[in-house]
Design a binder for this molecule. Structure first.
Ligand SMILES: N[C@@H](CCC(=O)N[C@@H](CS)C(=O)NCC(=O)O)C(=O)O
Length: 202
């Protein structure tokens, strides 16, 4: 197996944290986004969308999408389940992972894409869309803060892929102008705990 990785990227970080939580290591190859290595014809032959992560299997199969890669690795290494244990827990982990992707991560990324220097010349930037995304992000942060009252983790009574997806999103927000407001006590309590895990810097 070979993992195409980008150290600063949010989505490859999900896979690295997932691997670290499982105690697994996979050979990696760095793709430099600043040098636009992800947009070369060679890399587009690996992922036509020009995005990382990509997991290349020993038979040459190419798997993209960070959560799909993690799900495949979970099937190979079920110990320390990060996608839920029971049928109901698995459904809840799915539910929360999707809620986090759409409600939390999407506006954080959209704000970054419409305002960040990295995206100049890569995407059409509209400052007003950045502002709307920022407002949407903060509304969603307040919603998640309310949801987390009395709960240690997002989807289950233990750490799951939903927490990983969320913490990687908030890390992007911290660097790009959608940091968690200090008054959101539950969300800050959860975030402080997940980023203190030994795997958070993977
Ligand atoms: N939905 C995909 C998103 C992949 C993605 O957007 N990757 C980013 C890194 S975080 C990327 O390759 N960005 C480079 C670019 O678009 O220039 C996933 O979950 O893997």
């Amino acid at each position: 197996m070979l993992l195409y990785d980008m150290t600063v990227g949010m989505n490859p970080r999900r896979v690295r944290i997932f691997l670290a939580e499982k105690g697994l290591t996979i050979p990696t190859r760095q793709v430099d986004g600043l040098k636009r290595e992800n947009l070369t014809p060679e890399f587009r032959a690996i992922n036509s969308l020009g995005k990382v992560p990509v997991l290349e299997l020993d038979d040459g199969t190419l798997l993209t999408e960070s959560v799909a890669i993690c799900r495949y690795l979970e099937a190979l290494h079920p110990e320390k389940p990060l996608f839920g244990r029971t049928n109901l827990e698995k459904a809840k982990v799915d539910m929360w992972t999707r809620r986090i992707e759409f409600e939390i991560v999407a506006p954080i990324v959209s704000h970054f894409q419409h305002t960040g220097e990295y995206w100049i010349g890569r995407l059409q930037q509209e400052p007003v869309c950045g502002e709307l995304a920022r407002n949407r992000a903060f509304d969603a942060f307040a919603w998640l803060d309310r949801e987390l009252a009395g709960r240690e983790f997002i989807a289950a009574d233990h750490y799951t892929i939903a927490d990983i997806v969320a913490q990687c999103g908030f890390l992007v927000g911290k660097a790009t102008g959608t940091r968690i407001p200090p008054e959101l006590k539950e969300l800050n309590r959860w975030y402080t705990a997940v980023v203190a895990r030994p795997t958070a810097r993977a």
